[in-house]
Design a protein around this ligand. Sequence first.
Ligand code: SAM
Ligand code: DTB
Ligand code: SF4
Length: 334
Amino acid sequence: MTSSITPFLSKKPPRAGVQRLYETPLLDLIFQAAQIHRAHHDPREIQMCRLLSIKTGGCPEDCGYCSQSVHNNTGLKKEPLMQVEAILQQAQAAKESGATRFCMGAAWREVKDGRAFDRVLDAVRGVRAMGMEACVTLGMLNEEQALRLKEAGLTAYNHNLDTSEKHYGNIVTTHTYQDRLRTIKAVSHAGISVCCGGIMGMGESDEDRIDFLHTLANLDPQPESVPVNALVPIEGTPLEKAQAFDLFSWLRVIAVARILMPKAMVRLSAGRLSLSREAQALAFLAGANAIFTGDKLLTTPNPESDIDSTLMQALGLIPRSPDKEESERRHAHG
Ligand code: SAM
Ligand code: DTB
Ligand code: SF4
């Protein structure tokens, strides 16, 4: 017997419904997710995104996975905030390599008004002028700062919940889950799309993954983009020896995210170097439709472009075209 599409697809799924989905036999779950994916997206298209660390290291926060925290002895070289011209040079190169979204990350606890923030706003304007989507991740921010980013044309703000509220305190102690939710609210209030996801493989349980998906899908509005990171264990961090994560749980998270947030872009983010081609193929089947390309994420390596293009060709997948971003934006603005 074949399974039917899950009947509840409400925007505010209850915890029990999320659990039921998560516990669906894996192949049924992937099948359902693939159906939802196909109803909302062109299943052959993958969005190519490029990341750039515009300010690296020296972050006062104590996130247990992160190479950039001053609390972690990772030997990472600190770099001050890049100049706008240098950022835009990288953005141009990203565009030429086929990226349609350019994401800039700064290792800050929070945004502070002043010259550094003004520089980021200029970089956002520059990226948008090139016709790419622009995303930034700058730590916590308030509503006024979010409005300034909106005015500069920012497409999305990345701020991850990373795991369940219950597990979060085991990973980070210098800010709270509620702090994260507050920033996400400020971003939505300013009319900027939210990019919010998590990391798999930080010693979380199935219950944590269900709680995390439940919180994510109940954000109002739901995230436009959901990055699913696989932990990259970094020497010198408390999570350097974290147990290898379970691939099937990772696939469950992708499939449930796709079903609960049908319109979102689900991004395979950090950790792809440790994932086989076959695992990534299953993730695309389960509804993942974006990857970060280029040989570097923020501070850690990523598959080389030719490895990714060979994989895409083998699977018959095509990069989402830049024209699509433009036409969807025009459509969104009426
Ligand atoms: N400081 C900002 C913040 O915390 O929101 C932005 C930068 S932070 C590097 C962005 C996200 O990258 C984190 O929330 C986490 O999901 C992901 N990340 C960082 N280090 C990672 C690692 N070692 N493995 C997997 N994901 C990681
Ligand atoms: C996200 O969830 N993943 C990206 C993006 N948002 C900013 C960052 C991944 C960083 C991986 C670790 C590193 O390269 O330092
Ligand atoms: Fe790393 Fe961001 Fe945490 Fe800073 S706030 S330690 S950059 S994840």
